[in-house]
Design a protein around this ligand. Structure first.
Ligand code: ZN
Length: 112
């Protein structure tokens, strides 16, 4: 048995893993006709979602960084933020990453 959570919050379950849709797929929804799949769970892989609870949101990272001037990649990972998220935060201009040193400098909004 596998489940698919839709963007609207509806959870569909499937008897056979082969019927499991992929995130982003449009599937029939009881309430809305068709809705996009947000995430799936179930046998195959077990995957990234189950390891440490739900993934953190970018807004949580923003919140966590607030008031700090510097942190480390290690500290961020310990709090459940992935390197990919930190890299995205750098693209957004929130932080300056020094990967070899493992340092993350937090940019204050006034830096510009
Ligand atoms: Zn729906």
């Amino acid at each position: 048995m596998v489940t698919a959570t839709l963007r609207c919050g509806t959870v569909l379950s499937y008897e056979a893993p082969t019927f499991r849709p992929a995130p982003g797929d449009l599937v029939p929804c009881r309430r809305h006709g068709y809705c996009a799949v947000q995430q799936t769970s179930g046998s195959r892989g077990g995957g990234t979602f189950s390891r440490r609870g739900r993934p953190r949101a970018q807004s949580e990272l923003r919140e966590w960084l607030r008031g700090r001037t510097e942190t480390t990649v290690h500290a961020l990972r310990r709090h459940g933020f992935t390197l990919r998220m930190v890299a995205a935060a750098e693209r957004d201009g929130l932080v300056v990453l020094d990967i070899p040193a493992g340092r993350v400098a937090v940019r204050s909004p006034t830096d510009d």
